[in-house]
Design a protein. Sequence first.
Lengths: 253, 253
Amino acid sequence: MSERPLILISNDDGVSAKGLRELTEVMRLFGDVLVVAPDGHRSGMSNAITVDHPIRLIKTVDEEGYQVYKCSGTPVDCVKLAFNQLLDRYPDFVVSGINHGSNSSISVVYSGTMGAALEGCIHGIPSIGFSLNDYEPEADFSRAKIYVARVFQQVAENGLPPFVCLNVNIPKGDVKGVKVCRQTSGKWVEEFDKRTDPHKREYYWMAGSFQNFEEEVDGTDIAALENGYVSVVPVNADMTCYQTFDSMKSWRF
Amino acid sequence: MSERPLILISNDDGVSAKGLRELTEVMRLFGDVLVVAPDGHRSGMSNAITVDHPIRLIKTVDEEGYQVYKCSGTPVDCVKLAFNQLLDRYPDFVVSGINHGSNSSISVVYSGTMGAALEGCIHGIPSIGFSLNDYEPEADFSRAKIYVARVFQQVAENGLPPFVCLNVNIPKGDVKGVKVCRQTSGKWVEEFDKRTDPHKREYYWMAGSFQNFEEEVDGTDIAALENGYVSVVPVNADMTCYQTFDSMKSWRF
């Protein structure tokens, strides 16, 4: 049996995305790699799971210490299938990405890339989602990969508490350093594009713009990104808002 | 203009689900109601949004103070479409459910019903997801509806902080009362059912069993439910794990 760590990789841009290939290249330096990724785009799939349809899974690469599967399901389906069907034991790490485009602020909630990372930490495995603040399919990941390696090494050295994963966003250009941040308060405001198909039936395309509730506030992930720093946000799978308990004590049900 | 509050309703079991009809019946006592719900099952859709396909939206009921739309998208799509395309102003409340089956513990992360509620609070609207701990399509919601009304009235009276919604789970049988709880620590362990189709290609059905990491611990939502109480968990759209900041101070990137 190999003594190298076993690393599970997924993403939401699909198995053919450049970001996934670049992440795989970095991770193969550190361990044996199993890639299980969607067979196409699954952006915005969040923590969705497929319970109403059957799921297909096809092996596309089978080398010593390096296997790739493509999956018809969501990023979380990929992680669950790897755990239950493809591996004899839990992997040592789950890494997801590198996403084409930022998952800072509230985007963490919608991101399939972060869905895969969150699934990893729910099972107690140190897990990281990586995103580059560049949506281009042919984005340049060369600088990003240096910081992917750095953050991974810190996680390998220090571990992460169970139920906590990292949301790592990397700026597009030069990088000044790494900052541990909190999630910026903000929302996506949708502007649906309403069209009429050739059969005279209406349909909508979702489009949106981001609204930042706290421009340039120090300590937020967006401020870090905008100032050229990699943002690292610890993300909690326990969504309880403990601060709200006190104000609810006076409620009379 | 009506002075009654405006209440947006969605769910993930679809527009035809009994739980949605029952919730609508309760909410129409309190205000004008707009229902925008998926045109079929969207269980496990989490906070997923539809960015890769067009979305269809069809009006099925148009009465004074009561409209219903069915939508081809996810629960979050429904809420976003209502905000952007169907309403002149934000609704006063977003309520989601009543889900057929519990969304306690880690299920909050996968639930489309909770996805709709979370979307509401991200936009600053007091929002509640309701679930009954009974998966039957013809479940008896009569007792549940009393507690739906009670929790809704408390939210109407006290409000909720922005970025915080409520995850309300209601036991199947008799109800002893209501408890404000935290999310139980636990995970779903998948047991995929691997089959072969008539064309000799393999496929998988997701199935799972819940593993509770803290059996019968007081203050958790599952303990409340199992002891006959309605569990009310305040859920935070800020997923930052602030407790992890301290331990990350020593990290050297």
